[in-house]
Design a binder for this molecule. Structure first.
Ligand SMILES: Nc1ncnc2c1ncn2[C@@H]1O[C@H](COP(=O)(O)OP(=O)(O)OP(=O)(O)O)[C@@H](O)[C@H]1O
Length: 601
């Protein structure tokens, strides 16, 4: 068995801090803002004069020994007022950001995750809020209740939150549809954890940029209101300083420049800092879309249990138990799946039945669109919300699988090896974290034992230098290696059944054979049952004991692989065989009766 070294994936991933520190604009902005914050906090101690105390001899005074930046129109120290001015300016902006973040991020995640009516209602409300002219509302508020900065900034936070809502909702919906999130769902991870750990973490970069923009906007809006004379006479802010200095702009133009400069620099610094933090946290954000369809899988074992059961119907596989008369490991009986179509439903899987016996590999084959994946998704509980299972029964080891029994089976007894390994691995977690999660959650291992077991599993699936790979992120490993990681995750809980959905389709041909060989070795070694979805009869020949052929949502033929290859009964099977094998003998296939343990098939 050849082993991928993953050499292409050894580019070190510097930490977020190091990436941030390499960005001079980010560092400069952070230092500047830190200076502004420190200055504001220490204002009572560092301001040379009382910012509200006038001195008649300093009215509109030029910079002098007493007032280093001169005096304003009322004879107050401009420098002291600048130092004090940052406090209320930043406090007002903080209120806006806090309110916008809570309302915008909270509702955005809720709408994306829950969807349907919640989404429709929240979207409608956010659009209604967007239609409200913020500045006019704030001016009216001032007229109604007077200069209450906290209240007006709270209102502004609500009014600006739809921007955050729209961003978060759109991004969260996209991430929610990623395979690794679906895998986490079927692995029994709680919705709250999925939202925070798998969705929010991924979209945090864009949220940070938006929050920085909102901060800058809030400072600008607050200053604008104060420039219009709508600030409180008791508080010192840069906006009110600009307004007061504007009256005497021809006599003391510098009085306008200082607060204007601080406002401009602070607003700019927030924008630059947001970009720098985003770049540091999500260094290869543009590359995220490449992950889709490239590789991977949620080590979490991306396992899932079957669901969907309704009234049983036709069962042409009934009684196909194990030789000892026991129930098959996995049974699917009369499964019917439909989707809304016009005024009715379009059936895409129609009364499909099959069983996977203990320790056997069953191949589910058929051309694209024949319904293979829908069967697998029904077994795994991964069907989309709009799908309706109108009939059918699914059993595991003789026990009917229901939504109530689902949580206990997920990740433990039915494991999943997906088609696209990379999109099933959470890009924000290391391989080690993703492998250890199911071990800790499902098997109750502590951190150290889970890590040791993860190392062992990586070694077993043929990954060289597992210590190093454990600390790599999905984008740092190859597709083949990602599939090995997923297989390691799938077997980590010693499942009874592995559902492998075209496990080699997304991989380079040179890696495909290795992955198939690994699956075959593990299946034999552990005596697992495997449901293998494929459209490739070559893969069937390599791996499967029996095969079920599907077309247009129904089973057209089934039987032992040897018999089916030797004498396909259905015309469709013959066509598929011809297309797949081009008339040649299966590559390594040997009749079951001739197989010996360890001999190639
Ligand atoms: N969300 C959906 N809404 C409506 N129809 C769907 C949906 N998902 C799948 N289908 C339909 O179900 C049928 C079976 O699709 P399925 O994905 O199971 O095929 P498949 O045999 O797995 O093909 P492939 O190998 O290309 O994945 C197809 O006709 C497809 O158009």
């Amino acid at each position: 068995m050849s082993i991928e070294t993953g050499a292409a994936a050894t580019v070190p991933r510097p930490g977020a801090w190091r990436r941030f520190l390499r960005n001079p604009l980010g560092v400069g902005s952070a230092l500047l803002l830190a200076g502004v914050v420190v200055m504001s906090v220490l204002a009572p101690w560092i301001a040379p004069h009382d910012p509200l105390m006038p001195a008649l001899d300093q009215v509109n005074a030029a910079p002098n020994g007493e007032y280093l930046l001169g005096g304003d129109g009322a004879g107050r120290d401009v420098l002291s007022r600048l130092i004090w001015g940052g406090r209320d300016t930043l406090a007002g902006a903080a209120v806006v950001v806090a309110v916008a973040a809570v309302v915008g991020i909270g509702t955005g995640l809720l709408a994306a995750y829950v969807g349907r009516w919640t989404d429709a209602l929240l979207t409608w409300v956010s659009e209604a809020l967007l239609a409200i002219p913020s500045l006019i509302v704030l001016i009216a508020l001032y007229a109604a209740i007077g200069p209450d900065v906290t209240l007006s900034m709270t209102v502004f936070g609500v009014l600006i939150s739809p921007f955050l809502y729209r961003l978060v909702r759109a991004m969260a919906i996209e991430v929610k549809n990623e395979a690794y999130v679906e895998a986490a769902q079927v692995s029994g991870v709680s919705p709250l954890r999925i939202v925070f750990r798998h969705i929010l973490v991924v979209i945090r970069g864009s949220i940070i940029v938006m929050l920085a923009d909102i901060t800058a906007t809030a400072i600008g809006i607050q200053a604008s209101l104060e420039f219009l004379g709508l600030g409180s006479a008791d508080s010192v802010t840069w906006g009110s300083m600009v307004q007061e200095a504007f009256v005497a702009i021809f006599r003391t133009p510098l009085s306008v420049v200082w607060p204007g400069l601080l406002l401009t620099v602070t607003i700019g610094a927030f924008a630059l800092l947001g970009n720098a933090v985003r770049d540091a946290l999500v260094p290869d954000a543009p590359a995220r879309s490449r992950l889709r369809g490239a590789t991977a899988a949620t080590a979490a074992g991306a396992t899932a249990a079957a669901a969907a059961s309704a009234a049983g119907t036709a069962d042409d596989d009934a009684g196909e138990g194990d030789e000892a008369g026991t129930a098959p490991m996995l049974g699917v009986s009369g499964l019917t799946v439909a989707y809304p179509h016009g005024d009715g439903l379009r059936t895409v899987v129609d009364g499909v039945s099959f069983t996977v016996r203990r320790g056997e590999v069953l191949g589910l084959v058929g051309e694209s669109g024949s319904g293979k994946s829908q069967c697998v998704y029904a077994v795994l509980g991964l069907l989309p919300a709009q799908a309706a299972v109108t009939a059918g029964r699914i059993t595991l080891d003789g026990e009917e699988v229901t939504p109530a029994t689902l949580p206990g089976l997920r990740g433990r007894r039915i494991a999943y090896v997906p088609q696209e390994p990379m999109s099933n691995l959470d890009p924000s977690c290391t391989v080690g974290h993703q492998l250890a999660l199911p071990l800790r959650r499902l098997l109750g291992m502590d951190r150290a034992r889970a890590r040791a077991r993860a190392l062992e599993l990586l070694g077993r699936v043929g990954i060289r230098d597992p210590e190093r790979v454990l600390d790599l992120y999905p984008h740092q490993i190859s597709g083949g290696m990602a599939q090995r990681v997923l297989i390691a995750g799938a077997i980590s809980t010693d499942p009874d059944v592995i559902v492998a959905d075209e496990p080699t389709t997304a991989l380079d041909v040179t890696v495909q054979a290795d992955i198939l060989e690994l699956l075959r070795d593990l299946q034999r070694e552990r005596g697992m049952s495997v449901l293998l979805v494929t459209h490739d009869f070559g893969v069937v020949a390599d791996l499967c004991d029996r095969v079920v052929v599907m077309r247009d949502g129904v089973v057209v033929e089934r039987g032992d692989t040897a018999a089916l290859f030797a004498a396909p009964r259905h015309e469709y099977t013959r066509t598929l065989l011809d297309a797949s094998l081009e008339g040649a003998e299966p590559r390594t296939w040997t009749a079951p009766e001739l197989r010996t343990e360890g001999a190639p098939r």
